[in-house]
Design a protein around this ligand. Sequence first.
Ligand SMILES: Cc1cc2nc3c(=O)[nH]c(=O)nc-3n(C[C@H](O)[C@H](O)[C@H](O)COP(=O)(O)OP(=O)(O)OC[C@H]3O[C@@H](n4cnc5c(N)ncnc54)[C@H](O)[C@@H]3O)c2cc1C
Length: 440
Amino acid sequence: MNIAIVGGGLSGLLCAFLLEKKGYSPTIYEKLPKTGGVIDSFRRKKIMFDVGFHYSGSLAPKQFLYEEFKKYGLLDKLELYSYEGDFDTLYFDEEKFSIPNSSVEFKQKLQTYFESEKDALDIFFDKCYEASKITLKVKDDYTNIDSRSLGSVMSDIKDTKLRKILLHFTIFYAEVQYEDASFEIYAKIMINMLDGTRKIKGNGRAIVDALKSGLKNTTIKTRDEISQIIHDENGIQALKCKDGIIKYDAVISTLHPRTTTSLLNLENKKLKRYAKHVSELKESPTFFSIFCLVDADIASNLYFYGDDCISVLPSTKINDKRAITVIARSNYTDYTNLEKEEYKRRKQEECKYHISTLKKLYDFGEIEVIDCSTPLTKQHYSNGHEGSAYGILCSAKQKSLSMVMPKTRVENLYLAGESALAPGLLGCYLGAQKVMNYFE
Ligand SMILES: Cc1cc2nc3c(=O)[nH]c(=O)nc-3n(C[C@H](O)[C@H](O)[C@H](O)COP(=O)(O)OP(=O)(O)OC[C@H]3O[C@@H](n4cnc5c(N)ncnc54)[C@H](O)[C@@H]3O)c2cc1C
């Protein structure tokens, strides 16, 4: 079977890696000069900065990703390490709350702080443990979707500060402090992070290198943008790429579902309806990132929740400085249709604004800005939509609409990628595995 994968980001590489394990020899098409997409790191002034990977859950022994990576020999190629103390520190309403590396300790800590919520927390955590279980080998099941929102499962928890702390985990896959987020994805991310958060030496670049070195029978075509997915009533026929039209038996698209449907021939009424539904789905928010060096030696990730939500994610130590990535909410429309000079000016202005906010929140010492990126940069590196951070918003409602399932309305065209299930190393891995069920 001749299989093509569109997009050479994390999801495309994972799909190729898993297909090879099943004996296939796929071809990856990547429009940019190199693979990696959003997860790749980049170098400026000889310093490696991280864009779309800082840490991940599920990487402790006996946890899902750890055991999968071990089974496939990826662990030997990755150097995992733990946070020395708490991994995330949250600041809101002039208070600070640190998150320990264990779901049991986290629950106990919350129950000590919020004694009156002890029973509600027991029930909430039981529900989280239940929904955090990961099963592979499940094909799309339109009748059995967990459509609960986080807000509905948390309804017995009344303390607003406690709710804010629990809502912190929505930032990794949906929106900041977002009650309508999918509970199922929340539980999988929250429990797996608490019990198995690890950093990876070399961050995103190390993941890309590990996956690529495991590919023996995959052809990778870079600078090769797919401009059309050719299909008929029997399903997939071919792809239109740099070299013309190449025949394929199956295609896995890891692009944003809206981009994927824009590559189809929508003359068929059913397909037109499908594309319309996909185009009506809401996007995740957009971010502005600042890559800088600071004097402060920060060990844990800092999340400042206020009028503006700002995250500070530390990475490499360079002499007595620390490289950090600052991520703040931004607006795609502020950057569209601007002349080059105006774009640059707007970018500088926004950078200055976030840095001055940051200085009021924490003593970072001197902050040296090395580079920054706007929602348009994200758009360029992923070909997503409107620069959204994680593609389609992972709300309970959108997950239950069952539009973004791996199996599409075109026979042998499948969707993987962060919008298909959830973003991140865990979300993209589960999305890729879900597609693998169709390639036995
Ligand atoms: C700021 C930020 C921080 C993050 N931090 C973390 C973290 O700490 N931990 C974690 O686990 N996750 C994190 N994530 C999420 C994670 O980076 C993403 O979910 C993941 O990288 C998405 O991979 P993907 O392959 O699905 O998509 P992408 O990386 O978007 O890959 C799609 C690829 O397709 C290519 N492409 C587009 N159109 C075409 C075409 N027509 N033809 C051929 N190729 C095409 C693009 O160039 C791109 O390479 C973060 C994300 C962001 C935005």
